[in-house]
Every structure is written in C-alpha cells, then in structure tokens.
Design a protein around this ligand. Structure first.
Ligand code: DGT
Ligand code: CA
Ligand code: CA
Ligand code: ZN
Length: 618
C-alpha cells in the first residue's frame, strides 16, 4: 500500500473522514475544507490512533499499549491547535499531557509524510473483514476477537450466520440479548460498507474532476447519479464526459491515483474501483447526446420511468442518446432526433420544465408542469443565522468569541450559543449557575460585535422520564431554547413520542433538534410517531431542526417535506462543535432542497427579530 500517501480516500478514511464521531451523544464533527488536501488534521490523526487501538485490542495486545493510543487519540482530538502547525514550528509534542515520545514521533511522521507504517503493518496481520466487524454497533474489538478465535468469524456474512444459528449466545460474556444487538447492527454495518455520506463522496468527486480535467480530450464533465441529486448517502459515483475521443478519456481515467482496479472497460463506459472500495462509473458521450445522457444518468430511475411514459404518450422516445420522434413503422421511416444537447432540451421536448436534480425522485415533481411552477429552492446564501452550536464550555473546541468571529466571516448575522445542559455529563453539561455565567459572557461578547448578534441559548436535554433538564424559570431567561433527546433512546414509541411532544408543549422551548435521532449508517432513528411530533410543533407554534451534520441530516428529506406541508418552519443548523463545523450548513441546505423547501420555509433565512417573534421572544 503505497498510495495514497495522505490516506485521503481509503475506505477507512471515507467512513471516518471527513466525519469522525465523538462523545456520548453521537455528535459528529466535520473537517473544514481548508484541511482537505494538505496535511492531516487532528481528527484524522485521532481516528488513526483509535483504529490502531482497536486493532491492537483485537489482537490481544498489551492493554497499556492500547490505552496509550486511546488516550493519545483523545488528547489530539481535544487539542485546539492543529498538530500540523505544532510540528511545523518544531514544538515539543511530548510537552502535551498524554503524548509520549513514541506517539510524538508517530504524529510527526503522519504530519510530514501522511504515513503510519505501524498501522499498515498491523493491517497486514489481521483478516480483511475484521474492520467491517468492528463497525457493527455493540461489537467492540474484544468481543470481535472472541468471535474470531472461538467461531472463526472473519466477515459480516459469517457473523450473521453464527448469530442466526444462535451460537453467539453460548459464548462466555455474550448471551441472547447481545446476540440480538449484534444481529441488528449487522444491517447497519453492511449499509455503511455499501453507501458513503454525501460529504465524503464530494471529496472524491473533487479529486476525480481535478484529475479528469487534465485530459485534453475532455470537453465537459459532470457528476450524475445520486450524488448530483444530493442524496444523503451515495452508493457509487457516476461521471459523464463530453468528448469525441472515448479511448483517450478512459486511458486517462485509468491513471487516477486512487484506482484499485478496473472493473470493466467498454467502448464508451468504464467502471473502476477505488482504494476506498467506492465504484466510479464513467461514461463518454458525444456533445449532441450530453444533455440526454446527463438527464438519464442523473435519474432517479423512478423519475426516468415516469418521463419515459410521458414521452411515449407524445409519440417520442427518450434514452441516453437523446429524444427521438418515433416513425409510423413504414419502410425507411426511422427515428428522428429531436434534441439532447442539454437537459433543458430534453425536458422541453416533453413540454416539461428542467427540474433541479434534487427534486427528481418522482415524489410529485412532475405535477410542476411549467417553469413558473418550479419553486426557487433555498440556497446557502439565503441563510443569515445559525441557531445551534457548542463551545469550550461543554464539548465544543472553540470559545464563544471564536465561534462568533467565524460565523461572521461566513456572512451570518446572528448565532445562538447552545451548549449542553447538565444531563449530558460526558460533555460537562451546564447547570443553571454555569449557564447564567455563560450568558453573561455572551452578553459581553455581544457588545464587542457590530452588526452581528449573539444569542443566549441552551441545548436542553429532554429527560428520560419526560420534562426538561433545566427549570422553566431558567429557560425563560434564554433567547433560544433547543430541546434534544440524547438519552433513553431505546424507550418504547409512545414514551419517546410523549417526551418530544411534551417538550414542544413547554412554553419556553423554541425548537426540537435532530428530531429522529438517527445517525446515518450507524444508528437508526428511535421509535417515534413523527406525525404526532409534527402536530405538536404546529399546534404550539414551534420550529423543527434540520440538523446539517452530514451524518445526521435530521429531519430527512421526507420529514422536512412533511413539515413544509404543515407549515412548520424549519431551522437549518450546523450543530457545530468547532469553527470548521459551521461548514456543514451547506449539506443541510442540500437536504432542504430535496424536501422542496424555499427560503420562506426556513426560519433562519430571516432576521433574528423575525425569528424571535415566531417563538414568542423579543
Ligand atoms: P446510488 O448509486 O445507489 O447511490 O444511486 P444512483 O441513483 O446513482 O443509481 P445508479 O448509480 O445505479 O444509476 C445512476 C442513474 O442511472 C440512475 O439514477 C438512473 C439511471 N439508471 C440506472 N439504471 C437504470 C435503469 O434500469 N432504468 C433507468 N430508467 N434508469 C437507470
Ligand atoms: Ca450512482
Ligand atoms: Ca452507477
Ligand atoms: Zn448540539
């Protein structure tokens, strides 16, 4: 394994990066764009240390060694200064608590070369499927090792077999309940192997485009498929190239540095597999078919099926080569090319407007019959505030002022500081006293900024038994109260629903955050009657969050569309735990577009004054 030196596109990096997990609540963090290509950032280093610890633990290595990596991972992750800068400044890394000589040297190597030889060596000693086993929720390295040694389990498929054969419950330290948990987790792990987050796909797309644009035979290139539709996860990538020389394009494609193998190469289509395991389908098409091919391969399949039906009714045929008028079948009466250079030509031939790719799911978009019917979907630049973020007071990495500065640089006019409440002990959640002290700080910071507003907020937990983690008189002093359900997620449906609707009935609650609690590829939504939640939000004039973290995207597109129908304002929030974390807003916007939201449907496109009025504040 010599490439990639920076480990940018291995499967592990795709699952860990740009997203890494942290904390008891499954908060997810995202790297900033600026780190993408150059050096390792702290979270990447921490993720690799954690992986090293996992594999060592799986091997049954000395627990002290395992712990050294785990602690190191945490230290590196929590450190506000980038390791890369410390290394460049020749700082003594061993001065950092928890970083010994050994780890310091590994960090230096990682920063300077992108390499981690010990990890690569370790990976050669461990069966390939084991990494997938470790992705099963509820199956740590120790348990995985037991399964491997006693039952020979090396793959997810084998794991499923032994669970279904009820062999796992017989092992010491397992039992029927653990067996059931593991079995349920296999589906999630399998999905995680098959589909990657949109945000992770984006980075690979970027690299592919940079590479392919170097080829002179490429006239134009566009990503298609689920990626172009902005789906929350992507199964494979589809790229479309306009060129008169398919061979030259495919030859160049074959030199992509991340290529692991060529799966198939035909006259105009080539599929490759990347080191990350991700498949990329490339199609080369002449200019007169480019729009038709782009339309066809953008899909979705359901949208296209619907389109083909319409075409037929009009005496037309539509495929990846263009739109054709079908002859009456007489001798010599062939098909006449109607259009296909651009997507607009294709849709126009069918008397339809050009649908934004995010809407092409056959979820009613074809009823929008003319260009005038198309909504102007929300754009990132419509957002003027961000109402969910954390600071060093709990589990964030930056201070109030740093978050404010970063948000202002991104062009926002207001932010709410919403750290965790005391129930979230792992994140040192705030009690009333610390919260009030923080609000004083927020007020002070607010004085220092012109044309920018800092709001006193809280992400208050909804307790397991129902009710809020802080008393009403405290919540009443806030500008903005987020209610979140982080604990007791396994409770029965009615109980969870009651907790959420109860929070929405609280006079001082403004919004419920990440309403379903799902984490893509990692954790399904809790059991909840969302229709009851929507009704409670509507009746109480409350808002619902579309959490923009690419691993959450919660509400999802269908739920967000339902909220729109019911007239419940959506707030797109970053839930940032660092200044880089503000970046994720654009992923939330993409999901909102899939839900057909316009700027008017989203509360934080409005001034704080207007939002405050919506939630009975100010
Ligand atoms: P993915 O890759 O699972 O995230 O989802 P897509 O939508 O990218 O699906 P993919 O890669 O299998 O195919 C790309 C597009 O090609 C798809 O959205 C529509 C078009 N397509 C593929 N297979 C068919 C088909 O059998 N019929 C039609 N009408 N279109 C197809
Ligand atoms: Ca695809
Ligand atoms: Ca494909
Ligand atoms: Zn939060």
């Amino acid at each position: 394994m010599t490439w990639p030196t920076r480990l940018t596109t291995t499967r592990e990096s795709l699952s860990l990066l740009p997203i890494a997990f942290e904390g008891v609540c499954g908060q997810v963090f995202l790297l900033g764009d600026d780190h993408k290509n150059d050096t390792m950032d702290n979270r990447q280093i921490a993720a690799l240390f954690d992986k090293m610890a996992d594999l060592l633990e799986f091997q049954g290595a000395n627990p002290f060694r395992v712990r050294a990596y785990r602690n190191g991972a945490r230290r590196v992750n929590d450190l506000p200064e980038p390791m890369a800068s410390l290394v460049k400044e020749n700082s003594d890394l061993t001065a950092i608590d928890g970083i010994g000589k050994d780890l310091a040297q590994k960090i230096e190597t990682l920063v300077e070369t992108g390499q981690f030889p010990q990890l690569e060596e370790l990976m050669t000693q461990i069966p390939e499927g084991v990494l997938a086993l470790l992705r099963v929720p509820g199956l740590g390295p120790k348990k995985a090792a037991v399964l491997y040694r006693s039952l020979g389990v090396e793959t997810l498929a084998q794991l499923r077999e032994v669970c279904e054969a009820e062999q796992v419950r017989e092992l010491p330290g397992f039992g029927a309940k653990t067996e059931a948990t593991i079995l349920a987790g296999i589906d999630l792990a399998e999905r995680a192997v098959e589909r990657i987050y949109w945000a992770a796909a984006e980075e690979t797309v970027r690299q592919l485009l940079v590479h392919l644009r170097d080829c002179k035979a490429v006239r134009r290139i566009e990503p298609a498929g689920s990626y172009r539709r902005g789906c929350e996860t992507v199964g494979d990538l589809d790229l479309l190239v306009d060129s008169g020389d398919a061979d030259a394009v495919m030859d160049h494609f074959a030199t992509f540095p991340g290529l692991a193998e060529t799966i198939v190469r035909g006259s105009a289509k080539m599929s490759i597999r990347l080191d990350s395991d991700l498949q990329v389908d490339l199609r080369v098409t002449p200019s007169e078919s480019f729009g038709a091919a782009l339309q066809y391969f953008t899909g979705s399949k359901e949208h296209n099926v619907e389109l083909r039906g319409r075409a037929k009714n009009l005496g037309l045929k539509i495929n990846e080569w263009g739109v054709f008028r079908i002859g009456d079948g007489e001798e010599g009466d062939g098909e006449e090319y109607v259009g296909g250079r651009t997507e607009a030509e294709v849709y126009a031939a069918l008397g339809l407007p050009s649908y934004p790719p995010e809407l092409r799911e056959n979820r009613g978009e074809l009823a929008l019959a003319t260009e005038a019917d198309l909504p102007r979907l929300i754009e990132l630049s419509d957002l003027v505030g961000d109402l969910h973020m954390h600071t060093t007071a709990t589990d964030g990495k930056q201070t109030i002022r740093e978050m404010a500065e970063a948000a202002r640089e991104r062009g926002l006019a207001y932010i709410a500081i919403t750290d965790h409440s005391k129930r979230v002990t792992m994140a040192r959640g705030l009690d009333a006293e610390r919260l009030r002290a923080q609000w004083k700080e927020v007020d002070q910071a607010n004085e220092e900024f012109e044309n920018f507003t800092l709001l006193k907020g809280i992400e208050c937990d909804i307790l397991e038994k129902g009710g809020m983690d802080l008393p009403d008189e405290v919540l009443a002093e806030a500008d903005w109260v987020i209610a979140s359900l982080h604990y007791g997620q396994k409770q029965p449906r009615q109980q969870i629903t009651d907790r959420l609707t109860g929070a929405l009935e609280n006079r001082w609650v403004s919004i419920v955050a990440h309403p379903t609690g799902r984490i893509l590829n990692k954790r399904d939504s809790y059991e909840v009657d969302m229709e009851a939640v929507f009704q409670a939000a509507r009746e109480n004039g409350k808002l619902l969050e579309l959490n923009a973290n690419p691993a959450r995207l919660d509400l999802d597109d269908i739920h967000a569309a339902r909220a729109r129908e019911l007239g419940i304002p959506i707030v797109i929030s970053s839930d940032a735990h660092s200044t880089d974390g503000l970046e994720v807003l654009r992923f939330g916007v993409l999901q909102a577009r899939r839900a057909r939201l316009t700027a008017a449907d989203v509360a934080n496109t409005r001034s704080w004054k207007e939002v405050a009025a919506m939630v009975g504040r100010g």
